[in-house]
Design a binder for this molecule. Structure first.
Ligand code: 1PR
Length: 550
């Protein structure tokens, strides 16, 4: 079996990449020290987290020189995400840190004045018709990053680079670069479905490098055209969510509640069993789900460290599902059954090593936010959100919010952030606020959703998974009032969740709010609609979506 060397220098979800490489029939060898680098024929440098952290790790461990030499010798090199960023001279993220300087220029930050940052989701890698590692104009690739190199026509080309671009809002940025033996992608090919596997294959086989700079079919002068500029290359993200728990027979099942009650209404009150987690995740992937989220909804009763079944679910799923996987439930500091203390970071690490790309934190985020306000909005770096985002990057930390409506008769009846609602309360109240809950909605706290969202954003959460207990399982559409309130309060992306009952609900939430993604559960599990039907519907309505590629 042919071999590729992978440089695993910092914590990260390397498993997905290994799975993708193995799926393509290659064997992964690990680079464990700079002395291993010369043994590598093909070298891949993946990267997550902070530019400065990654570069200082590489520098301290004496990898930078070894990488430079590998590239100078003309051996195949591929950088992914921060692995691309490392090729530049520096980044605004950590101005004191130096990159490899193989590409002249420094990265800046996406402008968040009119759009969410990080940039998360499926976007283009448009080569303007030039052949580049089998990147295709109609394909979409999964990006997750805050810093980017802005594309300015001719700048990198003058240095000999072929460039592929994506467009986010009004910003066109570098999505991939290639020159000679070097190929690097800002997107995660290992998380980009078949399109991603294709471009990894082009690197591994050498075909990508061989065809670089050759005339593309249809490009008469071999120069192609400048990368196309789209009004917005980011597609509407549709996520399938699987609530997982052990049923009364001890089997791990996908379940789904109504307002978080997952037991049948019949007299035996058994846990609703809608299928097997790995099989269902695979089905949704094949229908075109842009991400799959698992929520381990009974974790608060068990010790998560002993919760091995979910780790195995992730391992199995990540072998055949090449889109981002999120895992939630029980991500917090805890004490194992033998009395050992286990930090939230260690639990998250176990999940990342098993194939998760993001962890989702629920109850613990509310407790941390309460402390944040009680200490005068000061941060000490010790919360799970801060620790995990420091190690793995903000994009790896989702906060799952479980709010429910509290109606009030007038504005000064509460100190909380209130919305005017078109759905009056039991006494005809037209005002309400959204109270945060913990432990799967069992306990309501004196904190509103705006307070929570702003606190966790300050701590370094990269995204919000915004559920709504009133809407959960109702099939009546998303809570647009809630989504608008939260979107107005934060810059980080928001995933709308709870209430989806048909494809039109997805169109509604995308058209009538600025949500960054929308999530469905019950309607998919019960077989009422497929993910593909939702996406086809959105496309018919003129919204940009990614289609599953065989
Ligand atoms: O508090 O960090 O251990 O995390 C627990 C996690 O489990 C939280 O993310 C919490 O939302 C989730 N959870 C806990 N109990 C339940 C329950 O249902 N009894 N599920 C639960 C949350 C809501 C969504 C659902 C959407 C869409 N489920 O995941 O998928 O509402 O449903 P729909 O499209 O069918 O309406 P911690």
């Amino acid at each position: 079996m042919p071999t590729v060397h992978l440089l695993d220098y910092v914590a990260g979800n390397i498993r997905s990449l290994v799975n993708a490489i193995e799926k393509l029939g290659y064997h992964v060898e690990w680079v464990r020290s700079p002395e291993d680098v010369p043994k590598a024929e093909k070298l891949i440098l993946p990267g997550v987290g902070h530019f400065g952290h990654c570069l200082s790790q590489l520098s301290q461990a004496r990898y930078l020189e070894a990488i430079r030499k590998h590239i100078e010798q003309g051996k195949p090199f591929m950088g992914i995400c921060v692995g691309l960023q490392a090729l530049f001279e520096g980044s605004l993220e950590d101005p004191g840190a130096s990159g490899l300087g193989i590409i002249k220029g420094s990265l800046g930050r996406f402008d968040d004045s009119v759009k969410s940052v990080p940039h998360i989701g499926w976007n283009s890698a448009s080569t303007g018709g030039l052949p580049m590692y089998d990147l295709r104009p109609d394909s979409k690739y999964y990006y997750v990053h805050t810093y980017r190199f802005p594309y300015s026509k001719g700048e990198l080309e003058a240095q000999g680079w072929t460039v592929a671009t994506g467009t986010y809002g009004s910003e066109t940025f570098v999505g991939a670069v290639a020159k000679g033996n070097v190929y690097a992608t800002q997107f995660h090919p290992e998380k980009s479905g078949v399109a991603g596997l294709r471009t990894i294959r082009a690197f591994l086989t050498g075909e990508g490098a061989a065809s670089l700079g050759k005339p593309a079919s249809g490009a008469a002068d071999g120069q192609g055209t400048a990368p196309a500029v789209f009004s917005d290359g980011l597609t509407r993200r549709v996520i399938a969510c699987l609530d997982v728990r052990t049923n009364d027979q001890g089997d791990l099942v996908v379940t789904k509640g109504d307002q978080y009650d997952v037991r049948e209404k019949s007299s035996d009150r058994s846990v609703r069993n809608l299928g097997k987690p790995v099989d269902m995740a695979r089905r949704y992937y094949e229908e075109g789900a842009d991400e799959v989220t698992f929520l381990n909804i009974t974790s608060f009763r068990d010790c998560p460290v002993a919760d091995l079944p979910m780790l195995e679910v992730l391992r199995q799923t990540s072998r055949s599902v090449f889109v981002p996987l999120t895992i939630g439930g029980g991500i917090r500091d805890t004490v194992d059954t033998d009395g050992t203390k286990v930090s939230a970071l260690e639990i998250a690490t176990m999940y990342f090593k098993s194939g998760a790309d993001k962890v989702s934190i629920g109850s613990d985020a509310v407790m941390a936010a309460e402390e944040y306000y009680s200490l005068g909005r000061k941060l000490f770096g010790n919360t799970a959100i801060e620790q995990i985002s420091r190690a793995y990057g903000n994009q790896a930390v989702v906060v799952s919010v479980d709010p429910k409506r509290v109606y009030v008769p007038k504005l000064d009846a509460t100190r909380h952030n209130v919305v005017e609602t078109g759905y009056p309360g039991p006494k005809g109240e037209t005002l309400c606020w959204y109270a945060c809950t913990i432990k799967g909605g069992r306990e309501t706290r004196d904190m509103d959703v705006v307070e929570l969202a702003q606190a966790v954003e300050a701590m370094g959460a990269g995204e919000l998974l915004l559920n709504c207990i009133d809407k959960d399982g109702s099939n009546s559409g998303f809570d647009l009032e809630l989504i608008r309130q939260v979107k107005a309060a934060v810059k980080i992306p928001v995933i709308a969740s709870s209430g989806a009952g048909n494809p039109a609900h997805f169109e509604q939430v995308f058209q009538q709010t600025t949500t960054d993604a929308a999530l469905g559960a019950g309607m998919f599990h019960r077989g009422e609609y497929t993910v593909k039907q939702v996406k086809d519907y959105l496309r018919e309505k003129g919204l940009l979506v990614r289609q599953f590629e065989d």
